[in-house]
Design a protein around this ligand. Structure first.
Ligand SMILES: *Cc1c(COP(=O)(O)O)cnc(C)c1O
Length: 325
């Protein structure tokens, strides 16, 4: 197992992605502050290139490929934002990319990934083991398999989002971060511990799949069946080994706690983003804000950071989710 990255790696990643990733805005809203009773700073990665923070990690990792790796190319498997992040980053760097995507992925996502210049290999998610398939494709071509979160360069790249937040607004009392496989949260934790040591760091996962909360409690990684939730970017079945090493340190070192949000709370947060802040945020991107709203009583008068992780949602589905309630 490679060693987990440190904050120094986050700083190096920030240099590598400079001029390629957007320095996304940090937005505030008096109306939202009044509703929650705290001062909220939203780091808007829904406005990042390709619509999510995952561009940061993918670009950082791919820009570290040596000439042989660049020639042989990259392979990734994902139905979501990691696929598009790898496809776009590889296109920019001139690296051939092959992305394995489930045959029943939304046609718009298949088209977007092809549109970035990647070759898409479709597979049947019910009968085929995508990890084994990806490894076979990578081995056949001598290409490098790039995982979505369990990789030091991915974690360091994702940490640049929170680094930008702290360099822009200064120290905070609490930080809320969406949590799937843990790459984003692990990077955020490294940045928070370096730049705002007393800040409480919370990961937020879907209530239907609280495997990371269970894992931290147990002290080892818990595997669960794919959770049923509208937060499709956080339907992971277990946290990554490297993120877990960073998160498990406890208050002041790792994360302070892992919280959860229900689908109804995600929709309610999505509605506030739309109605008050005029922002389209995908359900997974609402995890942090949903937990901040739920725990508002403990945040009274504090300065609170919220990572808004992505905005990629099929617009008809978005309308249906908002129309439902
Ligand atoms: C991937 C993703 C997450 C979860 O990130 P991890 O690094 O897997 O924890 C959260 N939000 C969005 C929008 C994502 O695409």
């Amino acid at each position: 197992m490679p060693t987990p990255p440190t904050y120094a790696d986050v700083e190096k990643a920030a240099e590598r992605i400079e001029g390629q990733a957007h320095r996304t805005p940090v937005l505030t809203s008096r109306r939202v502050d009044a509703e929650v009773g705290a001062r909220l700073y939203f780091k808007c990665e829904n406005l990042q290139r390709m619509g999510a923070f995952k561009f940061r990690g993918a670009f950082n990792a791919l820009s570290r490929f040596d000439p042989d790796q660049r020639r042989a190319g990259v392979v990734a498997f994902s139905s979501g934002n990691h696929a598009q992040a790898v496809a776009l980053s590889a296109g920019i760097l001139g690296i051939p990319a092959t992305i394995l995507m489930p045959r029943d992925a939304p046609p718009a996502k298949l088209a977007a990934t092809r549109g970035y210049g990647a070759e898409v290999v479709e597979f049947d998610r019910y009968t085929e083991d995508r990890e084994a398939l990806a490894r076979a494709v990578a081995d056949g071509r001598g290409a490098t398999l790039l995982p979505p979160y369990d990789h030091p360069d991915i974690i360091a790249g994702q940490g640049t989002a929170t680094r930008e937040l702290f360099t822009e607004v200064g120290e905070l009392d609490a930080l809320f971060v969406p949590l799937g496989g843990g790459g984003l949260l692990a990077g955020a934790t490294l940045a928070a511990r370096a730049l705002s040591p007393t800040c409480r760091v919370y990961g937020v996962e879907p209530e239907a799949g609280d495997d990371v909360r269970q894992s931290l409690e147990k002290g080892s990684i818990v595997h669960i069946p794919a959770p049923r939730t509208i937060a499709d970017g956080a339907q992971t079945q277990h946290v990554g080994v490297l993120p877990f090493e960073i998160l498990r340190g406890g208050p002041g070192v790792g994360v302070d706690a892992v919280l959860t949000a229900t689908d109804d709370e995600l929709v309610a947060a999505m509605r506030v983003f739309a109605a008050t802040m005029k922002m389209v945020v995908e359900p997974t991107g609402c995890l942090g804000f949903a937990a901040a709203r739920r725990t508002a009583a403990e945040l009274a008068g504090q300065r609170v950071g919220v990572v808004v992780s992505g905005g990629n949602v099929d617009i008809a589905r978005y309308a249906a989710l908002l129309g439902d309630s």
